[in-house]
Design a protein around this ligand. Structure first.
Ligand SMILES: [Zn+2]
Ligand SMILES: [Zn+2]
Length: 340
C-alpha cells in the first residue's frame, strides 16, 4: 500500500472542488516534495476552477501561495534538503536557455514556462511536487499562514513597487484595499513613499490609516485623479483593482514621468494618449516575480513588519474558502491550513 494524502481537486472546467485521496507523489529529477503547511487562495485560482486557462489539464489541484517543509528531494537537487521551510508562488519554473531566460526575463520563458497549480498540481493538498528552481526559502520568523499570502499577493505588490522607479518621499498611490491593496499600502509605507490609499467609500478610511497610509481618497466622494494632482501628481499608481473603468478613472492622477502599474486582472481600460505623451507618463503591467523575488518579499516582510490579514480554513473546507474569496468579503486573504 502506497501512503495516501488528501487533496482538493477540480475534475472538469466549471466543476466543484472534490476532496480526494491520492497517492503521495515522488519527486523526479530536479524536483522536491513539499509537505504543505498552508496555501493561500488567490483570485487567479478561478482560472483552474472555471477553465479559463488555455490548455489546462484536469484533474488539477490549484494553489500557488504554498508554504511547507521540504520532505524529499529528487535526483540532481543540491540546493534543498529535507526539513527546510520553503514556499512556491505563481512562477513555477522556466527553461533557463531560451532568449528571454538568457536575458534574465524568466517570466517571459518561451519554451517551458511553468505555473504552479496550473501547469502542475499546487498547494490545495497535503503534499505537492515543485521544480527546485521554483522554490523560495521561508524565514523562521513567519508562520505558515503568515507566509502563504506573501507568495502571490505579497510578491506581486512588493516587487511591482520596488521596481516602480519611485524614490523614498515621492507620491505613490495604491488603488484598492483588498487582498493585494492592503499589502501594497503597507509595503509602500515601509519603502518610504508618501503613500495615498484609494478605495470606495468612507468606511475604508480607518483601515487605510491603520495600514500607515499618509492620505486616504474615497473615490466615490472625490475625483481621485484631481485629488492626486492637487498633491503634486503621483510618481507611481499601483492599480490592484479588477475593474477597468476604475483604473481609467485614476490614471489622470499621474505626475510628470509617472507610471501606472497594473497588477489587477481587468479585461480592458481606457488610456488618454495626449495626457500620457504630454507628461511622458506610462501605463504598464507587472508580472509577480520569480523565486528569488519571493525570498526578497519574505525577508522584507520580516524586516519591516508587513503582514497579510487572513481568514483561515481547513483543507476539507476548500470549497467554502474559495467561495469566501470570490464573495469579495474576505478580510483580506483566505488561507488553507493543513492539519487544522
Ligand atoms: Zn495569485
Ligand atoms: Zn526559457
Amino acid at each position: 500500500m502506497m501512503p495516501k494524502m488528501r487533496a482538493a481537486q477540480i475534475t472538469r472546467s466549471g466543476g466543484p472542488f472534490e476532496l480526494v485521496e491520492r497517492e503521495i507523489p515522488s519527486p523526479g529529477a530536479g524536483q522536491i516534495r513539499i509537505k504543505v503547511q498552508a496555501c493561500g487562495i488567490c483570485h487567479s485560482d478561478s482560472l483552474v476552477k472555471e477553465g479559463h486557462w488555455p490548455g489546462i489539464q484536469y484533474p488539477r489541484v490549484p494553489g500557488h501561495e504554498v508554504v511547507g517543509v521540504v520532505d524529499a528531494v529528487g535526483a540532481g537537487v543540491t540546493q534543498w534538503q529535507p526539513g527546510q521551510r520553503v514556499g512556491v508562488g505563481w512562477h513555477g519554473g522556466h527553461c533557463g536557455h531560451c532568449n528571454n531566460c538568457r536575458n534574465g526575463d524568466f517570466f517571459g520563458c518561451t519554451v517551458n514556462l511553468q505555473i504552479t497549480g496550473i501547469s502542475f498540481d499546487g498547494g490545495y493538498a497535503e503534499y505537492m511536487i515543485a521544480p527546485a528552481i521554483a522554490v523560495a526559502l521561508v524565514p523562521d520568523d513567519l508562520s505558515p499562514v503568515e507566509a502563504a499570502p506573501l507568495m502571490c499577493a505579497g510578491i506581486t505588490t512588493y516587487n511591482a513597487l520596488r521596481n516602480s522607479g519611485a524614490r523614498p518621499g515621492e507620491l505613490v498611490a495604491v488603488q484598492g484595499l483588498g487582498g493585494l491593496g492592503h499589502l501594497g499600502v503597507q509595503y509602500a509605507v515601509k519603502m518610504g513613499f508618501k503613500t495615498v490609499a484609494i478605495a470606495r467609500g468612507p468606511d475604508k478610511a480607518p483601515l487605510a490609516q491603520k495600514l500607515g497610509a499618509w492620505r486616504y481618497l474615497d473615490s466615490q466622494a472625490q475625483d481621485p485623479s484631481a485629488e492626486l494632482q492637487k498633491l503634486g501628481g503621483a510618481k507611481t499608481i499601483l492599480a490592484t483593482v479588477t475593474a477597468g473603468d476604475a483604473m481609467s478613472a485614476v490614471q489622470g492622477g499621474l505626475g510628470v514621468n509617472g507610471t501606472m502599474l497594473l497588477i489587477g486582472a481587468a479585461m480592458s481600460m481606457q488610456v488618454n494618449p495626449i495626457f500620457l505623451l504630454s507628461g511622458r507618463r506610462s501605463v504598464k503591467g507587472w508580472y509577480s516575480g520569480t523565486a528569488a523575488d519571493s525570498q526578497d518579499t519574505l525577508a522584507f516582510s520580516v524586516l519591516a513588519g508587513v503582514r497579510s490579514m487572513n481568514e483561515v480554513y481547513p483543507l476539507e473546507k476548500a470549497a467554502e474558502a474559495y467561495d469566501r474569496m470570490r464573495s469579495g468579503k474576505a478580510r483580506f486573504r483566505v488561507v488553507l491550513k493543513m492539519g487544522l
